[in-house]
Design a protein around this ligand. Structure first.
Ligand SMILES: [Zn+2]
Length: 113
C-alpha cells in the first residue's frame, strides 16, 4: 500500500525533527494533503497508526487538512480553484488553466513534548 510508504517517510521526518529539536513525544501531527496528491486519507490514517506504533509518535493524533486544487486561469489572469486537474475555469469556462497547487503532502505542524 502506497500510504504505508508515505507514513514511513513521515515517521523518519518526525524522528529527525525529534533529534534536531530534542523532543521525545509527539501528540499531534497536522498534515496538509492536496486533492491531487493521490492519497486516500482513511488508508493514511490506518497506516499512520500501524507505522507509529511503539515509536515516538505512538498514539499521536493525525489531523489532515485537505487542500483544494488551485490553478492560474490565463484568460481571467487570476488564481482559481477547480475540482480536478482538467476542470474548466469556474468563472470563464476556459481549459487554459495552469495547475499551481493541489499536490502538497507535508507536515504543517506538530504538537510535541
Ligand atoms: Zn477563467
Amino acid at each position: 500500500m502506497h500510504e504505508m510508504s508515505i507514513c514511513e517517510s513521515l515517521v523518519s521526518i518526525i524522528e529527525d525533527q525529534a533529534v534536531a529539536q530534542s523532543f521525545s513525544r509527539v501528540n499531534l501531527v497536522r498534515l496538509e494533503i492536496g486533492a491531487l496528491a493521490g492519497v486516500e486519507v482513511e488508508a493514511l490514517r490506518f497506516s499512520f497508526d500501524v507505522v507509529t506504533r511503539n515509536g515516538i509518535a505512538d498514539g499521536a493524533k493525525l489531523d489532515v487538512i485537505e487542500l483544494p486544487v488551485t490553478g492560474w486561469c490565463m484568460p481571467c489572469a487570476k488564481a482559481v480553484e477547480v475540482k480536478e486537474r482538467y476542470d474548466a475555469c469556474p468563472d470563464c469556462g476556459s481549459y487554459q488553466i495552469q495547475i499551481t497547487g493541489g499536490e502538497e503532502l507535508r507536515i504543517k505542524e506538530m504538537e510535541v513534548d
